[in-house]
Design a binder for this molecule. Structure first.
Ligand SMILES: [Zn+2]
Length: 395
């Protein structure tokens, strides 16, 4: 919205600065901040906040609010089906409302979460969600209080949120924060580095904007890594530099994208060509920060329709490949529902995982959390991964 204002202002300025003798008075423009996407007599819908979805909407004569769930512009045809939605309702008085999420050719994936100014995020009861046969349209029934109600595919977590969380989690643990680059739209790319031992580990999450259950596992991982106080943990932290990227795609997150950065590309298919500023800056920063140390593992936390680990094959050329079966058995011992495993490597896949093996000779691990895993369980999985890393590499 702000960018559109900027374009109009620049155009007006160009007109005024030009050779025209007569400049017609332009009609005054509405304030975008106040303009809803659609409105009924006593209800407004908008997306004018960070993480707000790429929506249009319309209200039927009977009061049905129809919200089109669309994805960001994509260079490659066929965007990954993660139809993100996030919008805000503002009611003049308490009322019921029925909302249809219209996905066109995509299908409903994210269970709706709701919060108000006075209540925390909660999942909308399943009895209040109905799908059409093709699952291309989801109808939600909501009881709105007077004022603001937020509806989204996951509890909202904007681009600042995980950077702020990470800063707080690492406070007092000897980490430094740095801006390792700028996104395509000029947002800061922020990383954290701590320790200076002979080996290194790399941790990242949120390459894909809606994948906040992966972010929960990342948080469990970071908390355990810095808080464990036994001899193994102290030894591990003394021997390893930890390189952390909590928000490698801030444009995609704040623009409410399904999958891509502002350049229309999936960043986790760009590790190799590095056509985008986010991946180029991050890969160069990781190499610089590892400073020639042996990188023992690179963990990249994501979300999908089940909890699954993607790892390179056990005969891959990495000196620390034997960590993988250790991690797999640690998950089996500690988690009531251990993740599935998939061992494979694709040199040309453009994933962080493939790049880690090719460039760092480190087992790159894509840790995928089920979209609907309870936050506490996601954190447990992250903590179990940190424990395994500490116990395996402390010696
Ligand atoms: Zn992902």
């Amino acid at each position: 919205m702000i960018r559109r204002w900027g374009a109009i202002t620049a155009f007006t300025t160009a007109l005024l600065a030009g050779a025209c003798q007569y400049v017609p008075a332009l009609p005054s423009l509405p304030s975008f901040a106040a303009a809803p996407l659609c409105a009924a007599a006593d209800l407004r819908v908008d997306t004018d906040f960070a993480t707000g979805g790429q929506h249009r909407c319309v209200v039927s004569p009977e009061g049905l609010v129809v919200i089109q769930v669309d994805h960001e512009p994509t260079i490659a045809e066929g965007i990954n089906p993660s139809p993100w939605y996030a919008f805000r309702l503002n009611a003049n008085a308490p009322r019921e409302v029925t909302i249809a999420l219209d996905y066109t050719d995509y299908t409903h994936r994210y269970v709706p979460w709701v919060r108000t100014d006075t209540t925390e995020w909660r999942q909308l009861d399943a009895s209040r969600v109905t799908l059409n046969e093709r699952k291309t349209r989801a109808t939600l029934r909501l009881d709105l209080p007077q004022g603001v109600t937020w509806v989204a595919g996951q509890p909202l977590s904007n681009a600042n949120d995980n950077v702020d969380w990470t800063r707080r989690a690492l406070a007092g643990s000897g980490f430094s924060e740095m801006e390792y680059g700028k996104s395509l739209e000029g947002r800061s790319l922020v990383g954290f580095v701590g320790g200076g031992g002979i080996q290194a580990i790399v941790v990242l999450t949120r390459q894909h904007p809606p994948e906040t259950s992966g972010q929960e596992a990342y948080r469990g991982f970071i908390e355990r890594l810095v808080s464990r106080s036994d001899a193994n943990a102290v030894s591990f932290r003394g021997r390893h530099r930890t390189i952390i990227a909590p928000m490698p795609n801030p444009d995609g997150v704040d623009n409410g994208h399904w999958r891509l950065n502002a350049g229309g590309l999936d960043l986790n298919r760009d590790w190799g060509k590095f056509t985008q500023p986010e991946t180029k800056a991050l890969s160069e920063w990781i190499i610089a920060q590892s400073g020639g140390r042996r990188v023992v593992s690179m963990m990249d936390f994501h979300s999908t329709d089940r909890t699954v680990i993607y790892a390179p094959p056990l005969d891959a050329p990495s000196p620390t490949i034997a960590f993988l079966p250790f991690l797999e058995s640690a998950f089996k011992q500690k988690l009531t529902q251990p993740p599935e495993w998939s061992y494979a490597h694709n040199v040309n896949g453009g994933t962080s995982k493939g790049w880690a093996l090719e460039t760092l000779k480190a087992p790159g691990i894509t840790v995928e959390l089920w979209d609907q895993i309870p936050a506490a369980d996601a954190r447990k999985l992250g903590a179990a991964a940190a424990d395994a890393l500490i116990d395996y590499f402390a010696r």
